[in-house]
Design a binder for this molecule. Structure first.
Ligand code: CP
Ligand code: NVA
Length: 307
């Protein structure tokens, strides 16, 4: 049996594949905005497993699958047998005999890898503790729409060295831009699986000003990610001084963009005047989850489509 193509980490696709996906996302976006129907997936089904909360990921996948002519089905950890300990390998075997593609949001990356290993159909990572590749796909699409190619640019990440930061780093190496990360001590970005990043694509700081200086894009995320709620109080103290403020934004290039994957906390990781200000593209970024993922689904299920 032919092995399906999965999207479990950003490193799963090549730069050439991303170029195709970004181009297709813009084509599919134009079609959707103009009201043109494009339904290559009539009769096809996506199952979406959620073991963590979601607004954007659920709606963007469900709306995107419907627009492509298919159907998306929501399964949550608690009301399915997944929450009662059915092995993920068995879940993969069963779901992939009924569905044509699977999306999963869960805790450990290992769970997603095990699901994919036993699935006959493509598996998409909709966020784990370690990675959030669909979000970075949408973020880079948003950058391209506003500023053109991201190659050679500098992205500043301020805050937690979390799943988002780690995925930005994978993208930086693959797509040829630089990631400058500023985290508090103890919350540094940890690279996994022996992956190596040299100073062409990665620099780490503890001072937000050093990371933001001259950046083309400034981005941040919640101080406490899902699954780490028990650390929220300690994190609030540790992240003092890591808010993306208007003064911090002034250190970036004058035409720098601001992004946040959302949900956001105004006055914690970002000042209201930044996220609601003229440099912020967070609503385009959220909308682009759907357009980018439609192109990803099309690519994983149908290969390179050019019509
Ligand atoms: N950015 C993001 O993944 O949002 P949700 O948690 O609402 O899906
Ligand atoms: N880092 C955040 C992203 C939420 C979309 C989390 O994992 O909760």
């Amino acid at each position: 049996m032919k092995q399906p193509k999965h999207f479990l980490q950003f490193t799963d696709l090549s730069a050439a594949e991303y170029q195709h996906i970004f181009e297709r996302a813009q084509v599919l976006k134009r079609r959707q905005v103009s009201g043109e129907l494009y339904r290559p997936l009539v009769g096809r089904v996506m199952t979406m497993i959620f073991e963590k909360n979601s607004t954007r990921t659920r709606v963007s996948f469900e709306a995107g699958m419907s627009q492509l002519g298919g159907h998306a089905m929501f399964l949550d950890g608690k009301s399915s047998q997944i929450g009662r300990g059915e092995p993920v390998e068995d879940t993969a075997r069963v779901l992939s005999r009924m569905a044509d593609i699977i999306m999963i949001r869960t805790f450990e990356q290992n769970m997603v890898e095990r699901l994919a290993a036993f699935s006959r159909v493509p598996v998409i990572n909709g966020l784990t503790n370690e990675y959030h590749p669909c979000q970075i796909l949408a973020d880079i699409l948003t950058y391209i729409e506003h500023r053109g190619s991201i190659a050679g640019k500098t992205v500043a990440w301020i805050g937690d060295g979390n799943n988002m930061a780690r995925t930005w780093l994978q993208a930086a190496k693959l797509l040829g831009f630089k990631l400058k990360v500023a985290t508090p001590v103890g919350y540094e970005l940890q690279v996994l699986d022996g992956q190596h990043y040299d100073s062409d694509c990665f620099e780490a700081f503890h001072n937000p000003a050093s990371a933001v200086a001259g950046a083309d894009l400034v981005t941040t995320d919640v101080f406490t990610s899902m699954g780490f709620e028990g650390e929220a109080e300690a994190r609030r103290d540790a992240f003092e001084g890591y808010m993306v403020s208007a003064d911090l934004m002034k250190l970036a290039k004058p035409d720098a963009l601001f992004m946040h994957c959302l949900p956001a906390h105004r006055g914690e990781e970002v000042a209201a005047e930044v996220i609601d200000g003229p440099q912020s593209v967070v609503w385009d970024e959220a909308e682009n989850r759907m357009h980018a993922q439609k192109a990803l689904i099309e690519y994983l299920m149908l290969g390179r489509v050019h019509d």
